[in-house]
Ligand binder design. Structure first.
Ligand code: R5P
Length: 317
């Protein structure tokens, strides 16, 4: 059977635009489905295409409204499983709850694991995700996970800018490996900020390992949520004599005071990807550049569909 007859892409409400862009790349129409609500607020999904024996992909970022988008994804998976799809891949460009990945104090849940269980039990045979916050979150799923990174798209953007005297800065120790890959891709030096998290929305950049004096900075992170991490790190490197500061992050959540903080921070450019649609407030502020991950997802979906290697994507892309 031809790819277009056998492959089906369905989109949740979390990022319909991205799903549309991926379908365009693939040259197939989005799968037909109706997402409606009963009067009491419950959601109901009706898949309108015949999916029996088809290779189905459901694309849904579990971004805000997080729980609603998550439940919608679960309903979609259940729906496709009961409609006899031959294989179902949950494409989760942004996996909400990923940061709740450990029990670092008493009486707290590991919600990332709970969500992984829910997705698996609802009917996913595979998962395709982008920057899961920590690579080991893949292990929370007992099904195959293809884990992509926004780094491919972001580092290409910064490489094309040909930034001179470049130092790549990791805004915390946890992100060091990714920052080091960026430095390799961009050909810059590496510096690391030691961050102390004071609360869910407050982070303090305490110390800097590496020299940033007179250097242009690319600071990379997987996620900008309240922007506490990135703004505090940007202030520290500026105090230590950095010149231009560019920020690259895969997921632009922009929650809480993020936009106000970013406006006040010594940052020259902020670049994120479209794993999450920009909030209207973030769109309005007009200073945030968005790069698309659609062609990367298109390539990954084609490879999964054809049972080809997805890890090669990191070198081929
Ligand atoms: C931390 O481990 C992550 O990589 C991000 O640096 C962090 O989650 C960003 O959160 P916020 O923007 O709220 O500081």
């Amino acid at each position: 059977m031809f790819l277009k007859d056998y492959l089906k892409i369905f989109s949740g409400s979390g990022n319909a635009e991205l799903a549309g862009a991926v379908c365009k790349y693939l040259g197939i129409p989005p799968g037909g489905a109706k997402i409606e609500r009963f009067a009491d607020g419950e959601k109901v999904i009706r898949v309108e295409d015949d999916v029996r024996g088809r290779d189905c992909f459901v694309m849904q970022s579990t971004c805000r409204p997080v729980d609603e988008n998550l439940v919608e994804l679960l309903i979609y998976l259940d729906c496709l499983r009961r409609a006899s799809a031959s294989r179902i891949t949950a494409v989760v460009p942004y996996f909400g709850y990923a940061r709740q990945d450990r029990k670092d104090e008493g009486r707290v849940p590991i919600t990332a694991k709970l969500v992984a269980n829910l997705i698996t039990n609802a009917g996913a045979d595979r998962v395709l995700a982008i920057d899961l916050h920590a690579a080991q979150v893949q292990g929370f799923f007992d099904i195959p996970v293809d884990h992509l990174s926004g780094e491919l798209v972001l580092s290409k953007y910064f490489r094309d800018k040909k930034i001179s005297n470049l130092t790549v800065v990791s805004p915390d120790v946890g992100n060091m490996k990714i920052a080091s890959r960026y430095a390799d891709r961009l050909g810059g030096e590496l510096a690391i900020v030691n961050k102390k998290r004071v609360s869910g929305s407050e982070a303090i950049a305490q110390e800097l390992i590496g020299d940033v004096k007179g250097r242009n900075i690319v600071m990379c992170d997987d996620i900008i949520a309240t922007a506490g991490t990135i703004c505090s790190a940007a202030r520290l490197v500026k105090e230590r004599g950095a010149e231009d500061i560019y920020i690259g992050a895969t997921h632009g959540v922009f929650a809480g005071q993020a936009l106000e903080r970013l406006k006040k921070a010594p940052i020259d450019e902020i670049v994120v990807t479209d794993t999450i649609p920009l909030t209207p407030a973030a769109q309005k502020c007009g200073d945030i550049k968005v790069l698309t991950v659609s062609s990367m997802l298109d390539e990954a979906i084609k490879r999964i569909h054809r049972n080809e290697s997805v890890s090669n994507l990191f070198t081929d892309y």
